[in-house]
Design a protein around this ligand. Structure first.
Ligand SMILES: Nc1ncnc2c1ncn2[C@@H]1O[C@H](COP(=O)(O)OP(=O)(O)OP(=O)(O)O)[C@@H](O)[C@H]1O
Ligand SMILES: [Mg+2]
Length: 298
């Protein structure tokens, strides 16, 4: 059975960050313990109800992709055993599928997004300006249409409560320098292309995905945080994909669509979500884990 955990509790460990989804603890040796909770954020606001088992599914999906993409870029996982870092008295069963020990990296301050399809904020920007992050796209594209080729559409990492904002590649260069900006763009597109091809064989479209990167003490670029999860990506069943509509998805688009439907103003606090939408979302995460990684949480 999946466990449910809204908030981690690890006495004696130094909690350095409670993000929307992950609780992050500092460990000796310039490492982190990252715990994926069952919190769900939509439009950058955390919902009041957890999605049972979601953090476990996120961690397992990320681990799967980190393993698959090692030939493209190193990642933040150390491979250290969880049991070696959990405080005495903590039930390991609550954490073993949802926590990882990572290198503590210096974050590259940009959300690195790759898009293969025109949806979400990309679709909105395109409708308004015909361009996306300074990249002019062909005219006449429709919602959810496949782009001629995947594009890198970075956004700023907003402070808590703020929404991320799409920025141009030049803005990334200004922030981190041309060398790092190029490396991040290249890695983002390489990882996206690899994952999109892998998922396509399993009947899943990866419409877009967001990656985060960091550098180690030698300046070596690593991919960190989470990877190609339903939280960071839009997964669509290839079957039923149709241009012109917001496709049904394996991800939190399900919750987003519900929140759009009821006309929530996207300001905190987020409304309670009905039990069937919670369960439906949990089922979607489980389906993504099974279809992409061939894993089931028993
Ligand atoms: N290996 C790493 N080294 C340093 N920081 C990391 C690493 N992996 C992830 N992070 C950071 O840890 C945090 C993970 O928490 P989470 O994903 O819940 O945050 P978030 O809600 O997305 O963003 P915010 O940090 O703004 O709350 C992120 O800020 C992420 O950038
Ligand atoms: Mg995050």
């Amino acid at each position: 059975m999946p466990t449910t955990l809204s908030q981690s509790d690890l006495p004696g460990l130094d909690l350095i960050h409670r993000g929307k989804v992950r609780d992050v603890y500092a460990l000796p040796g310039n490492r982190l313990l990252m715990v994926a909770t069952d919190r769900l954020s939509a439009f950058d606001v955390v919902l009041p109800d957890p999605i049972p088992g979601k953090g476990e599914m996120l961690t397992q999906i990320s681990n799967f992709w980190f393993g698959k993409t090692g030939h493209i870029l190193p990642n933040h996982l150390t491979g250290d055993d969880l049991a070696s870092v959990l405080p005495a008295g903590v039930d390991p069963a609550l954490y073993e599928k949802r926590a990882v020990v990572t290198k503590r990296l210096k974050p590259v301050p940009v959300e690195a997004i790759a898009r293969g399809y025109l949806i979400g904020s990309g679709w909105k920007d395109y409708q308004a300006t015909g361009a996306l992050c300074g990249i002019t796209l062909p005219p006449g594209l429709r919602q959810a249409e496949k782009l001629p080729e995947p594009i890198f559409t970075p956004s700023t990492k907003a402070a808590v409560g703020d929404h991320d904002e799409n920025v141009s590649f030049d803005a990334v260069v200004a922030a981190v320098g041309v060398e790092l900006a190029n490396a991040v763009r290249q890695a983002t597109l390489d990882i996206y292309r690899f994952a999109a091809a892998y998922a396509a064989e399993r009947g899943i479209i990866v419409a877009d995905t967001k990656l985060e990167f960091g550098t180690d003490e030698n300046g070596v670029l690593h991919v960190m945080d989470e990877m190609l999860t339903p939280d960071s990506s839009r997964f669509w069943p290839a079957e039923g994909y149709e241009v012109g509509i917001s496709p049904p998805s394996y991800d939190k688009q399900f919750v987003r669509d519900y929140l759009e439907r009821i006309g929530w103003n996207k300001q905190p606090p987020a409304p309670k979500v009905p039990a069937d939408v919670i369960q439906g979302t949990a089922d979607k995460y489980a389906e993504a884990l099974d279809k992409l990684a061939g894993l089931r949480l028993s």
